[in-house]
Design a protein around this ligand. Structure first.
Ligand code: RIB
Ligand code: CA
Length: 310
């Protein structure tokens, strides 16, 4: 029985690879994509999500969600992802329209209509849609099977500020709601995604698939890795969001600890920091499986095999 998931996303080239991995994997049933403002404004993330689904040749509903964080101005990341958010290769305009239902209403309805524990939420961007759904309909919180998200950082420190990772920094109030919700959490922080670096060899493997998907993934990677390789001086760039989907397919690729993770929402200096009690020095209740290690070669082997199916 495939695992039912909802992917909440702010595409983003790495979101796109995560979505393609999910759509290529029979272990997963993607009920819908829900778009959120993040890497680029909502008008673009919703459009990008539609383009990615159509690139995969699938018919999955895309719901547009929140266009701004709960309590702050939107911060975007065009400097990483380009002005469209999917720079690297031009894609045809979406042929299918967005679903008419707002993403938050869809998330609430889906969780109310499906049996408890049958839906996993997979946020790949700021947590605004998820937090808004939890605030508007607290009855759905115990119905969520698990949240597997990309966000946060501890040993790797921040990527948008010295203290914070982008997804959490954009909407720290939303992150606090999710991390305190009591829903079982699996967190893929920069600590693990920065070990899942692309390589020239893998990019060429993608190009040599000779498919529109392979060409797109290679071109997206060529584009977005230039920022990280220049910043970190590494040979490749972290492929953040696909770690979430790879975990659902092959959890043994990852290692981590079940610990307490709290979100900084008060200090301007460290706003959005995920304060991870990795050494268990506090008495705070563990609330998250916080990942720290990944079998990098196994991760890319899975990606190549699955993306080759599209
Ligand atoms: O910090 C990395 C995260 O921010 C990724 O999800 C990337 O897509 C951006 O949303
Ligand atoms: Ca993302």
């Amino acid at each position: 029985m495939p695992r039912k998931i909802i992917i909440d996303t702010d595409p983003g080239q790495d979101d796109a690879v995560a979505i393609l991995l999910a759509l290529a994997s029979p272990e997963l049933e993607v009920l819908a994509l829900t778009a959120v403002a993040g890497n680029v404004p909502l008008a673009l993330t919703q459009r990008n999500a539609c383009q990615i689904v159509e690139l995969a040749g699938k018919h999955i509903p895309v719901h547009a969600g929140c266009d701004a964080p709960l309590a702050r101005k939107l911060v975007t990341a065009e400097h990483v992802h380009g002005k469209t958010g999917l720079d690297g290769i031009p894609l045809p305009d979406p042929a299918h329209p967005l679903h008419g239902q707002h993403a938050v209403d869809f998330i609430i309805q889906a969780l109310r209509e499906h049996p408890t524990g049958s839906i996993t939420l997979c946020p790949l961007g700021p947590l605004t849609n998820i937090a808004t759904a939890f605030q508007r309909a607290p009855d759905i919180i115990p119905k969520v099977a698990e949240i597997v998200l990309m966000g946060g950082a501890y040993f790797e420190v921040g990527n948008i500020t010295p203290a914070a990772e982008f997804n959490i920094y954009v909407d720290p109030e939303a992150a606090e709601i999710v991390f305190r919700s009591g829903v079982p959490l699996v967190v893929m922080p920069l600590d693990v995604t920065h070990k899942a670096l692309t390589s020239r060899e893998w990019v060429e493997e993608m190009r040599s698939l000779g498919t529109p998907v392979g060409q797109a993934v290679a071109s997206w990677t060529d584009f977005f890795e230039r920022f990280d390789t220049a910043k970190y001086g590494s040979a490749g760039a972290p492929l953040h969001d696909p770690c979430v989907i790879a975990y659902l397919i092959e959890p043994a690729l990852f290692t981590g600890r079940h610990i307490n993770v709290e979100i900084e929402t008060g200090s301007e200096l460290t706003l959005g920091m995920t304060v991870a009690d990795w050494w268990r020095v506090t008495k705070r209740e563990p609330n998250a499986m916080f990942m720290g290690g990944v079998d990098r070669d196994g991760f890319y082997r899975l990606l190549t095999e699955r993306l080759g199916r599209l």
